[in-house]
Design a protein around this ligand. Structure first.
Ligand SMILES: [Zn+2]
Length: 492
């Protein structure tokens, strides 16, 4: 196997919190050495990275991208491992088999899907290992209801089987079944604690936005973590908390300082994305979020929803259709500061919530690169990491480079250490670490994706290495590179 030397970059080690000019030596898919003295080039391929920042590739805990095209967009955003842990896929065995058969550019993995387990038991719908099929379930009223004790036992059993098959935890879309009995959520947390697996929750509504919610969504995570000892991850705190983010972060901080295993993630956009049939987009619920129908824009057609009547019609027509929701006003500095506070929260993890790509002919993937025009998705799919680093390192100086890599690579990998021992060599830049690396140009690093041009790749990722193989070299994608490997859990 060949040896590669990344020569003379600014090497950021997030575990040590250091940045130093050094050579990084890669062999057999691992980091062999990090040396502040120049390493002799004997037989090695030498890549000059002087002036560039070298760090462990980003580990995205929250990506609904299950495609080659989507993974390539994320590669240009610095991601080397993309995981769908909030929604998950079911059956897991089939999801892993299909990804392996198609080939993957980045490392990949899935949690057990609470949505599909409920769908099978409460609505009689067999799982298909497809994200769009699960998304279509979200508006289904049978699926949303509280389970009988027998039903609860049945779908917990399905989740348990998926964990035994190597799921990376349990993904819980509680915000889409927000009237279901909180006791069910506790049962899921108990199962996770027993299995030594984390949970990933899209929380139900906050009391501020819906005083009739059976329990405050963020407090529910904190309480379940305290009562069961499970490791519980709060997804996209920016989009579910909106202007209540300071209060929610306080709730999570109290839980952590009391010893609960609560982690949190955020993405740097003022708009969210979901299926138009989601519970919280019912016309009568919008005012609680300070929204109107025109805050909702349909992806694909670009239609800005005109009024309540049209919103109801779209929800009826195709509840699984994807839309964008403008929940903060990016022209307002106070709202922009809210977003930065979510990212700046101690130990908050950056995660994209990347959404599937879809072309007008309903294709979801292609091996063509550059991507054929016309694909729609939320711009966070392509831009989350470059945008976070531009904001937090380059423009506002809140994070150093090692701190940025701690948020984007080190901490997310640690969330999975217990369930998936293979993660213990990711998110690191020291001898023995996996050679999943990103080399960034701090001068040009930025997101380019927008609502009108959502699949424009980020700029500034000069090299991206996955398991020792270059996916991007000198800013150019290697269209023959499929080095992505599965990440799977090991049952407790
Ligand atoms: Zn979500």
């Amino acid at each position: 196997m060949t040896t590669t030397i990344l020569r003379g970059g600014r090497v950021a080690d997030p575990a040590a919190g250091t940045e130093a000019v050094a050579d990084v030596v890669i062999r057999d898919g691992s980091v062999l050495a990090v040396s502040r003295e120049p390493v002799p080039a004997t037989d090695a391929t030498v890549v000059d990275v002087s002036g560039l920042v070298v760090g462990p590739g980003f580990v995205d805990l929250h990506s609904h991208v299950h495609s080659i095209a989507g993974q390539r967009l994320q590669a240009f955003d610095g991601v080397t491992t993309n995981l769908d842990l909030e929604a998950g896929l079911m059956p897991l065995e089939r999801a892993y088999a299909e990804a392996a058969a198609a080939g993957r550019v980045l490392n990949y993995g899935f949690s057990a899907s609470w949505t599909d387990a409920r769908g099978q038991v409460l609505a009689g719908l067999g799982p298909t290992a497809r994200f769009d099929a699960s998304a279509g379930l979200l508006g289904n009223l049978d699926w949303q209801r509280t389970s009988s004790p027998a039903e609860l036992t049945a779908w917990l059993g399905l989740l348990e089987r998926e964990l035994a098959d190597g799921a990376l935890g349990i993904g819980v879309l509680m915000g889409y079944a927000p009237r279901s009995d909180p006791a069910e959520y506790l049962a899921v947390a108990r199962l996770a604690a027993t299995a030594g697996a984390p949970t990933f929750t899209h929380v139900r509504e906050l009391v501020e936005a819906d005083p009739t919610t059976p329990v405050d969504g963020s407090s529910e995570v904190a309480v379940a973590a305290a009562e069961t000892g499970a490791a519980m991850h709060h997804c996209h705190v920016n989009s579910t908390s909106r202007r209540h983010v300071d209060r929610v972060l306080r709730t999570l901080e109290q839980a952590r300082s009391a010893g609960s295993r609560v982690t949190v993630e955020a993405y740097p956009y003022s708009m969210g994305s979901t299926s138009v049939g989601a519970f919280f987009l019912a016309p009568e619920r919008l005012p609680a979020w300070g929204l109107t129908p025109s805050s909702v824009v349909m992806l694909g057609t670009g239609e800005r929803v005109a009024d309540v009547r049209r919103l109801a019609e779209l929800r009826e027509l195709d509840p699984g259709a994807t839309c964008v929701i403008e929940f903060l006003d990016e022209r307002d500095e106070a709202d922009r500061a809210l977003l930065r506070r979510a990212l700046a929260f101690p130990d908050a993890i950056v995660a994209s919530d990347a959404m599937p790509l879809e072309w007008p002919d309903h294709r979801h993937d292609t091996r063509e690169w550059p991507l054929p025009p016309g694909a729609s998705t939320h711009p966070r799919t392509a831009g989350t990491f470059a945008r976070s680093l531009r904001l937090m390192v380059v423009e506002h100086g809140v994070w150093t480079w090692p701190e940025a890599f701690r948020r984007c690579s080190y901490l997310p990998a640690r969330v999975l250490d217990e369930v998936a021992p293979s993660m213990r060599t990711k998110g690191l830049l020291s001898p023995g670490a996996d050679a999943d690396l990103v080399v960034l140009d701090p001068e040009t690093l930025t997101d380019h994706a927008t609502v009108t041009d959502p699949v424009r790749p980020s700029g500034g990722v000069r090299h991206l290495v996955v398991g020792g193989t270059f996916v991007i070299r000198d800013g150019v994608l290697d269209a023959d590179a499929y080095p992505g490997r599965p990440v799977r859990g090991v049952p407790a």
